[in-house]
Design a protein around this ligand. Sequence first.
Ligand code: F6P
Length: 378
Amino acid sequence: MLKRVGILINGGDAPGLNAVIRAITRTAERNNVECYGFIDGFNGLLNNNYIRLDKQIVTSGILHKGGAIIGSSLNANVFNYKVIENGEVVYKDLSEQCVQNLKDDQIDCLFTLGGDSTQKSARDFSLRGINVIGVPKTIDNDVACTDVTFGFNTAVSVATEALDRLHTTAETHNRIMVLEVMGRYAGWITLESAIAGGADVALLPEIPYDMDKVVEKIKERQKIGKNFSVVVVSEGAFPKGGNISIKDTREGGKGVINVQLGGSGDIVAKELEKRTGLVTRNTTLGYMQRGGTPSATDRILSTRYGAKAMELALEGKFNVLTVLRNGKLDCVSLEDVVGNNKEIGAVEGGTKESNMKTIKMDDDLIKTARNIGICLGD
Ligand code: F6P
């Protein structure tokens, strides 16, 4: 009999987090299950810092709100946790403390709302005997085994709105406008917003770009009297034979997602201005994509994911990720989500072994983009 469940969030926020919390809590209450939220994700789990979530007060009126009422942990891997000992930074496996806390709190199932790295830790907890159910969160849409993650639709909408605005100023001043968007090693936000926003060029991490091809596209447009262009660049895009743009390395490279990406848009903008003679400006959209109210689509998806996750818990189906496949709610084993990144506590997030969902070249979206003449830099 399921009595108490816990929720934790790890990683960057994504629109729809509160909607998931609300749906889990509501479904739990209808089945006489108590719901708890760990404050600031894995940090709350480690320090046993949690609050009771109820339908009546705490989770009331949060459906449309951005962020998360229980916070989130960033770059926190309790299997490889940063601690200061004698003035020195060391990394330790503190997962046993978390397991003990869950046992003391009598939490029968832990819901882990997060992306690739979070679900890796969730899988690692399942191997330590904890019942876990993951919910795929990230604006990047790069979690394996699911069609879509919550937060992605809102991020695409924000990027599309930015492109619409850049379009009019580009046209007015005969400029090239570059928009750098998030997505780390996956170009989903770039590709979908480029299609929705009518961009001329979309540069993805999956296709190392050839600047000659991009210049060619812009010159073709000039020949037909279009003296402006709109270019979307993934933060993880890089030129053929070149490197990804890293803004900063965090925690000496030992943390979870240890590199901060950024700068790809500026690089593309500078090169385009030099080679086309058109004034070129870059806008980095950044955290605008993550914050704020979720779209209706994300509210619905998050609610479906949250209710399904609780349903799975009631059925006793643990150590799975709640997913959407061909439009239908389902679940897959966390082992499948983790892919080849089997080692407990291994650093995750874009490692070679991780099972991150990137865009395949036979994806319909790639074909659509090519069919309508969007230059993908190849
Ligand atoms: O994973 C979501 C994401 O928004 C990425 O697209 C981006 O690279 C990253 O988070 C930036 O996160 P932060 O600076 O908060 O670590």
